[in-house]
Design a protein around this ligand. Structure first.
Ligand SMILES: NC(=O)c1ccc[n+]([C@@H]2O[C@H](COP(=O)([O-])OP(=O)(O)OC[C@H]3O[C@@H](n4cnc5c(N)ncnc54)[C@H](O)[C@@H]3O)[C@@H](O)[C@H]2O)c1
Length: 495
């Protein structure tokens, strides 16, 4: 497959907007096509709304954002894109017709994917030119924060299409779940629909309100689903003998059964109950407000799962490893220091939760930013997850931050790092934090790091490979003047 520099979107509603936000954030250009010209404004708004939450997802260095363009001409989009994602309404004849048209104009090596929630790929690819490059790639709303994408091939899809698509989606931070066989609703919507059907029954029968049914999920199963799903959780529910005991205990109930299988008729009364119930739950909050709340907790949950290296947290870790690697390889991180010696550079943005009541970045977060800069630097010289898994890390044993200026919310910042000294266990460095808009130095940070064996709980020499790379950096920086402020005690500023 060709390298994806430009993602083409057909249909720019809720899902098209979500794809745009995700792709742009990770440096992919987007050309979006919709029959309605007014959707240009809409999609730009959707991208802007997604940005605050997306920006908080990771501290890893990001490439420059992609550029968004819009057209009402499907052909223009199809000819400009390296990968096309279709997101038009869920109607089979319409999708078949439009996919066939797109495939006429797109080069045959351009993969075409559909976001369909439940239509099968064999039906969708029926009239396409080069149908072997077609697949279903079913995302979840909000596409920019939920990593899952179900990949399903049809009769004419070749395995290389699925592989190449999986590679692209992984690149933009997603978890590509390959569905073995096409079935209506794929995997997740089939499961979601089963719950949804039972909800409709219980509301219809007056057993519970929409709010009570949501409580039945959010205080219990919902919490455990996020990391372990249903089956592994049931394995635990069976006690020492796991799933076998679970099936013996609850298997008979499957014969009764508890559930109803067929959905109830959507009568006006049932629709009213569903609408009234959810309006009560919203309690006057607008959709936008609820979306923001949802986005904020989705970011927070993924960051927690990241610590446990489980589920969506593992996906986030893999994305970060990729971003750090690319930043190191691309050397986009290098900033020109004095005498033309390049210094490692780390870029970030002042996040909304970093500012205090003055609207300025809080003092303790300067240290955090220097920590992130060091994380990026270490990863670039091979101190990665695998190295840390051996129980070998650097601890900060001394730190001195000087505050020279302010930074406001959402302001881009960057840090440059100068190596002052290095021996087999110690690493001494000096950071400068700049406000990107005017290149003003707003803080400096001096740190001493000690290489530690965490199992033995003592300082230990770093691995040779790491030492060699850090030594190369030290040598390069040896030509630089030692910063005047280095080594000065607190209170000596200006003396
Ligand atoms: N909404 C969800 O939660 C969700 C989740 C996953 C997948 N999906 C799937 O994504 C697809 C889109 O859903 P949505 O919720 O974004 O719908 P939507 O109604 O919000 O957006 C559809 C867009 O397609 C445009 N459109 C219609 N005909 C077109 C044409 N011929 N050419 C170009 N644009 C056209 C419309 O103007 C509209 O902007 C559906 O297949 C749906 O099943 C939706």
């Amino acid at each position: 497959m060709r390298k994806v520099r430009t993602l083409g979107l057909l249909g720019t509603g809720v899902i098209g907007g979500g794809w745009a936000a995700r792709a742009l954030h990770f440096g992919i250009d987007v050309i979006a096509a919709d029959v309605k010209p007014e959707m240009e404004e809409w999609i730009r708004g959707a991208v802007a709304n997604a940005e605050p939450a997306l920006a908080r997802l990771t501290f890893a260095p990001l490439p420059p954002k992609g550029k968004l363009s819009f057209t009402t001409d499907l052909k223009v989009m199809a000819q400009a894109a390296d990968f096309i994602q279709e997101n038009i309404p869920e109607q089979l004849p319409l999708k078949q017709r439009m996919l066939a048209q797109v495939s006429l104009h797109a080069a045959p090596d351009v993969i075409i994917a559909s976001s369909t929630s439940g239509l099968t790929p064999s039906d969708l690819q029926r009239d396409m030119v080069a149908p072997e490059r077609f697949l279903v790639a079913h995302p979840f709303n909000p596409v920019y924060l939920l990593p899952l994408v179900e990949l399903v091939g049809g009769d004419k899809t070749v395995p290389a299409t699925i592989e190449a698509a999986a590679k692209f989606f992984t690149y933009i931070g997603m978890h590509a779940l390959r569905v073995r066989r096409e079935v209506p609703g794929h995997l997740t919507d089939r499961l979601q629909e089963a719950i949804w059907r039972e909800i409709l029954h219980m509301v219809n029968d007056g057993v519970a309100t929409t709010g009570e049914l949501d409580e039945s999920i959010i205080y219990g199963p919902g919490l455990r689903w996020a990391a372990m799903g249903t089956n592994l959780i049931y394995h635990l529910a069976g006690g020492e003998t796991g799933m076998r005991h679970m099936l013996a205990q609850f298997g008979p109930a499957l014969k009764w059964p508890w559930t109803k299988l067929e959905a109830p008729e959507l009568t006006e009364e049932l629709i009213d109950r569903m609408v009234k119930g959810t309006q009560e739950q919203a309690a006057g909050r607008s959709i936008r407000e609820l979306e923001r709340l949802r986005d904020d907790y989705l970011v927070a949950i993924q960051q927690v799962l990241r610590q446990f290296d489980i589920g969506a947290g593992s996906t986030l870790r893999a994305l970060e490893a990729r971003l750090y690697e690319d930043a190191a390889v691309g050397k986009e991180g290098a900033a020109a220091g004095a005498r033309g010696v390049p210094l490692p550079r780390y870029d970030t943005v002042v996040r909304p939760e970093w500012v205090d009541y003055n609207g300025h970045m809080s003092d303790f977060l300067y240290g955090h930013v220097f920590g992130q800069a060091m994380d990026a630097l270490y990863r670039s010289v091979g101190l990665d997850e695998a190295y840390r898994k051996k129980g070998r890390v650097f601890y900060t044993v001394e730190s001195h931050v000087r505050h020279l200026g302010e930074a406001k919310v959402n302001e881009p910042l960057y840090v440059t790092t100068q190596v002052l000294a290095l021996d087999e266990k110690r690493f001494h460095m000096f950071h400068r934090l700049y406000r990107a808009r005017d290149n003003t130095l707003i803080a400096t940070g001096e740190q001493m790091h000690l290489h530690v064996d965490t199992a033995a709980a003592k300082a230990t020499p770093m691995d040779q490979g790491l030492r060699t790379k850090l030594e190369a950096l030290r040598k390069a920086h040896a030509a630089l003047p030692v910063p005047e402020e280095a080594g000065k005690p607190v209170g000596s500023r200006g003396s």
